[in-house]
Design a protein around this ligand. Structure first.
Ligand SMILES: Nc1ncnc2c1ncn2[C@@H]1O[C@H](COP(=O)(O)OP(=O)(O)OP(=O)(O)O)[C@@H](O)[C@H]1O
Ligand SMILES: [Mg+2]
Length: 225
């Protein structure tokens, strides 16, 4: 059995200069994610959860430390290499959906498939939308969809290329409880089906308890709960 982690982040720090000195968001964070694992990332508002997720996803640069993803030290990669890397490994879901407003649901799902060079892109995108329960919404624009429906499109888009790692930042934060539970069920079901690992930032204890592990950010460091 391969027990080396898919993500191994060590001694990660992140700080920003400010008028009154430097603000340390993350001090010395260690974080590992194993294959097929679901990890909840919790902590008070402002504790750096979104920042950590952005570092793990290669969307932001750490101040110091190391992030190894499948033997690649991603903190050394150039912007172009990082973009390639994200395309191959990462599916990212945001609280506010981040769909492209001028593109229909199916067009939004087609984008990562096209970028990754898939064949039969439209067919695959329609199967995915079907799977998330939006078979009759292919040609609707994001503004014509409810919050829950937009998040379904965002999940279909993030999981389209079957990434090994899914990073979700409060994916139910803008949804009512009932819709939120359905979205989580969907996210869990699809990540299990794809054998992906999942890191989900959440303020919901119920959701955190449904994961394999809970990691809390306190005072710039991670604590395993
Ligand atoms: N580019 C930046 N420049 C300066 N400060 C920043 C920057 N990005 C984030 N921060 C600060 O880092 C801290 C952590 O922010 P982050 O968004 O990671 O918190 P969070 O745990 O996700 O909070 P929430 O639960 O409210 O989403 C905040 O105080 C924020 O203001
Ligand atoms: Mg946040």
């Amino acid at each position: 059995m391969n027990i080396s982690p898919l993500i191994k982040a060590s001694k990660l720090s992140l700080s920003f200069p400010s008028g009154s000195g430097k603000i340390e968001i993350l001090k010395s964070v260690n974080f590992s994610l194993y294959e097929k694992e679901k990890v909840a990332l919790v902590g008070p508002s402002g504790s750096g959860k979104s920042s950590l997720l952005m570092l793990l996803g290669g969307l932001e640069q750490c101040t110091s430390g190391s992030i190894i993803i499948e033997n690649n030290e991603i903190t050394n990669l150039s912007e172009d290499e990082l973009a390639e890397f994200r395309k191959k490994y990462m599916g990212i879901v945001f609280q506010s959906f981040h769909l492209i407003p001028t593109m229909t649901a199916i067009e939004n799902v087609c984008i990562p498939l096209e970028l990754a060079g898939f064949a039969n892109v439209r067919k695959r995108a329609s199967e995915l939308l079907d799977e998330v329960g939006l078979a009759n919404r292919f040609d609707h624009f994001p503004a014509q969809l409810s919050g829950g429906e937009q998040q379904r499109v965002a999940i279909a888009r993030a999981l389209a290329v079957e990434p090994k790692i899914i990073l979700a930042d409060e994916p139910t934060g803008n949804l009512d409880q009932n819709t939120g539970s359905k979205i989580i069920e969907l996210l869990f079901r699809l990540s299990e089906k794809n054998k992906s690992s999942l890191v989900v930032v959440t303020h919901s204890i119920t959701l955190a308890r449904q994961c394999d592990r809970i990691v809390e950010l306190i005072d710039g460091n991670t604590v395993e709960k």
